[in-house]
Design a protein around this ligand. Structure first.
Ligand SMILES: [Zn+2]
Length: 253
C-alpha cells in the first residue's frame, strides 16, 4: 500500500491569501500546504480520502489516472468542495463510488444537487454511486475499511483504518473504544493544527500525547496551520518516529 499526502494544510491552506506571516512567505515547498486529502494506492486501485477545493491541482501534481472510490471524513468545505472536479474520471470510468456517513451524503446532495438528481440531469455533470457508512467495518473490493468515530468540536467525523494505516483528521475528542480500533496500526496520520489549543482540533501537544497512547511505528502530522511554524523547525523538535507531513509526500506501508 502506498499513501500520497495530496494536501496537509488547514481549511484556508498555506499560504493564506494576503498573509504576511513568515510561514506564509516561506519559500520552502514543505511550507506550502493545500487542503487535506490523501490518496491510498492499493492493489492497483486509487482510493481518495476527502475531495477538497484543491482536488484538481492535487490530481495534476501527482498525476492520477483513475479514481476508484472516495471516502469522506465529514462535510466541511475543505474536505468536500472538489466533487465537481471528478468529471475527468467520470467521463473515462462512469459513476464514481463515494462512501460517507448519512449526514454527509445529505449535505453533498444539497450542495451538489445537480450531481445527485436522478431526473433531467445536466449533460456533463459527474455521476456518483452513494454508499452510506455507519460505524462498522465495510469493504472496498477485498480491502477492509474500519471507520473510527470521533468529534470535531461537536461534529461527528469518521477517520479510517485500512490495514496497518490509519487516517484521523479534524479530531478533537475520541472515546477509548474507538482508540482501541487503532491497536497495532503501523502508520498513524493525525491532526496537529498548531501550538496553541483549539476548539475543534488537537494541537501539537495533544497530538503527541495521542500518538504516545496509540504507539504506531510512525506517525505523521497533518491539517496544519501556519501557526504550527516552519516545517523544518517543527520537525527538529519531534520524537524520532513522528514526522510533519508535507504535500506530495509518499509513504509505503
Ligand atoms: Zn478540515
Amino acid at each position: 500500500m502506498e499513501v500520497i499526502f495530496l494536501g496537509t494544510g488547514t481549511s484556508q491552506g498555506i499560504p493564506i491569501i494576503g498573509s504576511k506571516h513568515p510561514v506564509c512567505l516561506s519559500e520552502n515547498p514543505k511550507d506550502k500546504r493545500l487542503r487535506v486529502s490523501v490518496l491510498v494506492k492499493w492493489e492497483g486501485y486509487n482510493i481518495l480520502i476527502d475531495c477538497g477545493p484543491d482536488f484538481r491541482m492535487q490530481m495534476l501534481a501527482n498525476p492520477v489516472e483513475s479514481l476508484d472510490a472516495i471516502l469522506y471524513t465529514h462535510e466541511h468545505n475543505d474536505h468536500t468542495a472538489g466533487l465537481d472536479d471528478i468529471r475527468p474520471f467520470f467521463f473515462r470510468q462512469g459513476d464514481i463510488p463515494i462512501f460517507a456517513h448519512k449526514r454527509v451524503l445529505e449535505s453533498l446532495r444539497k450542495r451538489f444537487e445537480y450531481i445527485f438528481t436522478s431526473t433531467n440531469k445536466y449533460p456533463g455533470a459527474p455521476g456518483v454511486i452513494e454508499h452510506e457508512i455507519v460505524n462498522e467495518a465495510f469493504y472496498f473490493k477485498d480491502l477492509k475499511i474500519t471507520p473510527i468515530d470521533f468529534k470535531h468540536n461537536r461534529l461527528q467525523v469518521f477517520g479510517f483504518r485500512l490495514k496497518d494505516f490509519a487516517y484521523l483528521t479534524d479530531l478533537k475528542s475520541i472515546e477509548e473504544k474507538e482508540v482501541q480500533k487503532l491497536d497495532g496500526v503501523k502508520v498513524l496520520v493525525i491532526t496537529a493544527l498548531r501550538i496553541e489549543p483549539h476548539h475543534s482540533h488537537l494541537n501539537l501537544e495533544e497530538a503527541l500525547e495521542f500518538i504516545a497512547r496509540v504507539k504506531p511505528e510512525k506517525a505523521y502530522l497533518t491539517h496544519i496551520s501556519h501557526l504550527l511554524g516552519f516545517h523544518d523547525e517543527v520537525q527538529q523538535k519531534l520524537p524520532e518516529n513522528v514526522y510533519v507531513a508535507y504535500d506530495n509526500l509518499k509513504i509505503h506501508i
